[in-house]
Design a protein around this ligand. Structure first.
Ligand SMILES: [Zn+2]
Length: 212
């Protein structure tokens, strides 16, 4: 079994704070973390880490599609899939960061996302759903990105407004879905980036007072 064998090793590495994007595709894009010196830290550098990420995400509450993995998915069947998964994630990163900057996303990256969704349908089968929304079983390596690709295309087809934003914190470049009514959400996570910004402002305020 692909995931269960590795679960203990790789699942510990993820926590709910890694999934604050509001959409699975944004959380996946945020596993490429840009630093101010221009370097990118890849939080999913291999298939093991992807397995842990997928397993962790499977148990989170979300509006995205629900999925389970067929016992047919084995380490052997997924071995060659990782380059496609990486290319797909790079496209997500390019498209949603462009959207957050109110720029037109690169056509090649958009095409890759749509192609990934089309490819991934070959590796899933629909399941009778107990709740609202779609439920699938992933039966082949192509299907591993299906829940992510589906969430991305759903977001891309939502043209009512530009809902993707990049965190306002100087040292954070995570993207997230602004689903606040006011559309004024500024931080990927109030607990971390929001509080740090508040603390900084407070500290600067105190400094000014001392200078008076
Ligand atoms: Zn942030």
């Amino acid at each position: 079994m692909f995931l269960t064998v590795r679960k203990k090793i790789v699942m510990d590495a993820w926590e709910t704070d890694d999934f604050i994007g509001g959409k699975l595709c944004l959380d996946f894009a945020n596993t490429l973390e840009l630093f101010d010196d221009g370097k990118i830290k890849d939080k999913i550098p291999n298939i093991d880490r992807f397995a842990g990420w997928l397993e962790f995400a499977q148990n989170l509450e979300s509006d995205d599609v629900r999925w389970s993995l067929s016992p047919k998915i084995t380490e052997k069947t997924v071995a060659g899939a990782f380059p496609d998964i990486q290319r797909f994630r790079k496209s997500l990163y390019e498209v949603f960061h462009a959207q957050a900057d109110c720029q037109t996303p690169p056509q090649s990256a958009l095409s890759e996302i749509y192609a990934s969704l089309a490819r991934s349908t070959l590796g899933v089968e629909p399941m009778a759903s107990n709740g609202p929304g779609e439920e699938v079983i992933i039966t082949g390596a192509e299907g591993l990105v299906y829940p992510i690709a589906r969430s991305a295309v759903e977001l891309l087809l939502n043209d009512s407004y530009c809902p993707v934003k990049e965190c306002d914190a100087d040292d954070c470049h995570w993207v997230f879905l602004d689903s606040c009514k006011s559309k004024r959400r500024r931080w990927c996570d109030m607990k971390t980036c929001g509080n740090r910004a508040k603390a900084r402002r407070h500290y600067q305020g105190q400094k000014e007072c001392r200078q008076c």
